[in-house]
Design a protein around this ligand. Structure first.
Ligand code: 1KN
Length: 482
């Protein structure tokens, strides 16, 4: 009996642990601590710019900077780490890195060609690195000399990209690193009084640059912050709170993720009460949630690399490089769990997008041309997940889709709806004339038959029509619990 009792306690502990891990807010953690700089809101933003964001489905990330010149190599040596971090690896002297900008002359750079490719990929938004951790600015900032203006190339790259993507109807978001290895005042932690005085200069510099970016590029729809995990930054709750407000006032509807503001206690993403700070959860980098419970009713994005872990250009990709089908599955999975999927591109030092990325953009784009109906404006459908793939549903029309990745050898697809919802008609998105046979096996369980031979290689979409549209508003996962 005693042993059993202890076992139960251990099991309880395990359950608690499993529920509590991850970035996500969990009900266990919900408290009501008074915060000056906590979440600005509980629950999702419902305004038009945020609805547009939610409905993008697919985005493109661009990592570009002077790290594209060494491309993961220095002095003939290969560095396995992320290419945009090469300055920090043992082996590359800082001085050598800090002089690379004198060689930055991307003669092949063609903003319109990049934007056109992104359009063909099916991306609805783009996130562009304006400045990575090295501090190099792709726009001619007034507040530092370490910018594109002082390279042989001279011309404003951010300006060219904003214009080109805007022309294609692709919304522009700016990536901005708080870490800045080039600014004397930047510190990861504040130890001495001098650190603190210098950091005040850095804070003013950061504010100036952000205001400068939104002033120069008023088309900007949002900011994607990175490098906000330092102790020094986490202690700036009041300053970041004010800055966040100031930036939002500059561009109404501006979208900022959960990586910007720390709360009064230095918590990131979620404040001391477990409420998300920012407009969407920015914690899914190179990884994805598996269940709707893991996203806790929040908006979220997943940013993903094509090789294992390279954002900036690395000339020698080793290890697994994702295939188009893997990327498409990640995209569909993100949409099926109410998130956006953002695929990274790392152009080289001349401004060329490498052939592997170009090929994948084409393949994913071709798939999107046929199947994007199941992606754009789509999100989570509250039906039990099945092994053949993912359900998505259009948030406006309520149309429902099955995106198939694992064709059952039997050719039989199980669909379990909600009580009272029956499957009336199923057809192929790319062949609406072909109606599939439906058999009801239980109250709300249906079997659909489709011979796998017809679609041997590509993920494909089935459209489901039901007797009535399910109202998703009673879905507990679409709104965080208050
Ligand atoms: C685990 O530590 C890091 C630190 C920075 C992992 C990734 C990053 C940066 N965020 C990505 C979006 C890239 O910009 C990468 O350099």
């Amino acid at each position: 009996m005693k042993i059993l009792y202890h076992l139960t306690q251990i099991q309880l502990l395990i359950v608690f642990f499993v529920l509590g891990v991850g970035y996500g807010q969990s009900d266990e953690k919900r408290t009501n601590i008074t915060l000056k700089y906590g979440a600005e809101r509980i629950g999702k933003r419902t305004d038009q710019p945020m609805q547009d964001w939610r409905n993008y489905g697919l985005g493109q990330f661009i990592h570009w900077g002077v790290y594209a010149i060494p491309g993961g190599h220095w002095d003939g040596k290969y560095y396995a780490g992320a290419a945009e971090w090469i300055r920090s690896w043992k082996g590359m002297p800082n001085e050598a890195y800090d002089n690379l900008y004198k060689e930055f002359n991307p003669k092949k750079f063609n903003a319109n060609a990049w934007a056109k490719q992104a359009k063909e990929l099916g991306a609805k938004y783009v996130i562009i690195t304006t400045k990575h951790h090295d501090g190099f600015c792709l726009w001619p900032s007034e507040y530092t000399d370490y910018t594109i203006a002082n390279t042989p190339y001279k011309k404003d790259i951010i300006g060219a990209l904003v214009e080109a993507y805007d022309k294609q109807g692709i919304d522009v978001y700016l990536y901005f690193s708080i870490i800045d290895w080039n600014h004397f005042g930047y510190k990861s932690k504040l130890v001495t009084d001098k650190d603190r005085t210098d950091y005040e200069v850095f804070k003013e510099f950061t504010r100036n640059q952000l205001i400068e970016l939104l002033t120069r590029y008023p088309e900007t729809k949002g900011l994607w912050f990175d490098g906000t995990w330092d102790a020094a930054w986490k202690a700036q709750a009041s300053y970041v709170y004010d800055l966040d407000k100031e930036l939002r006032e500059m561009i109404p509807g501006l979208i900022i993720g959960s990586r910007f503001r720390p709360d009064d206690y230095g918590n990131r993403h979620f404040d001391a009460n477990g409420n998300m700070m920012g407009d969407y959860e920015q914690g899914w980098e190179r990884k994805m949630p598996n269940t709707i419970e893991e996203v806790h009713g929040n908006d979220w994005d997943c940013v993903m690399t094509i090789p294992e872990n390279q954002w900036g250009y690395h000339s020698d990709w080793r290890g697994h490089v994702k295939t188009s089908n893997e990327l498409i599955e990640m995209l569909v999975k993100a949409v099926a769990l109410d998130g956006n999927f953002v695929l990274n591109f790392g152009p080289d030092g001349l401004g060329t997008i490498r052939k592997e990325e170009t090929k994948l953009a084409k393949q994913v784009g071709e798939w999107m041309k046929v199947n994007s109906t199941a992606i754009y404006n789509c999100g989570y459908l509250d039906w039990e997940k099945q092994d053949w793939g993912y359900f998505t549903t259009n948030r406006i029309t309520q149309e429902k889709y099955m995106v198939v990745f694992n064709q059952p050898i039997s050719g039989v697809y199980t669909v379990k709806t909600k009580k009272g919802v029956s499957v009336e008609k199923v057809y192929l998105l790319d062949n609406p004339g072909l109606e599939l046979s439906i058999e009801k096996t239980y109250n709300n369980e249906f079997l659909i038959q489709y011979n796998p031979e017809n679609h041997p290689e590509e993920p494909f979409v089935m459209v489901i029509e039901t007797n009535k549209d399910q109202n998703n508003s009673d879905n507990q996962y679409l709104q965080p619990k208050i």
